[in-house]
Design a protein around this ligand. Structure first.
Ligand code: FES
Length: 143
């Protein structure tokens, strides 16, 4: 008798569809500023979908969908590289706008290598991320 379970690849987690979330539109607290030092990244699951938030070497905050659009690795386990985040699987680097801007072993980046970006904002020692299911721009007066 053989055990086939060791031959099956594990299922990768799915990126939740934020439009089907019951999260209200607006700013959502995700972390304390002190928990996100320069060049550090954190996974955030208490949001409309799973996201990664990081502080670049320029000390600005960036946020993207958590799961890499290449093959689904968690960017929350990635490494901050300058102002982008490098995926732990195949080292594609994603910038804060959601574009892949470097693939170490490739001459060019595919046009389709894009992911969803989110708007983080820091105020009074806390980090928030904007969510609006209709894609409305962040309301900085409401925070
Ligand atoms: S899964 Fe992210 S670069 Fe391959």
């Amino acid at each position: 008798m053989t055990d086939n379970s060791i031959l099956e690849a594990p299922e990768l987690p799915e990126q939740k569809d934020p439009s089907s979330s019951d999260f209200p539109d607006g700013w959502h607290y995700v972390a304390n500023s002190k928990d996100l030092e320069k060049s550090k990244a954190i996974e955030v699951i208490n949001f409309a979908t799973q996201i990664v938030v990081w502080r670049g070497s320029d000390e600005k905050l960036y946020a993207l969908d958590m799961y890499c659009k290449h093959m689904g690795a968690s960017l929350g386990c990635g490494e901050v590289d300058q102002n982008g985040i490098r995926c732990p699987f195949h080292a594609w680097r994603w910038n804060g706008s959601g574009d892949c801007d470097d693939i170490p072993y490739a001459k060019r980046v595919p046009d389709k290598a894009k992911t969803r970006s989110w708007t983080p904002y820091e105020k009074d020692g806390k980090i928030y991320v904007w969510f609006d299911r209709n894609g409305n721009e962040p309301d900085f007066d409401s925070i």
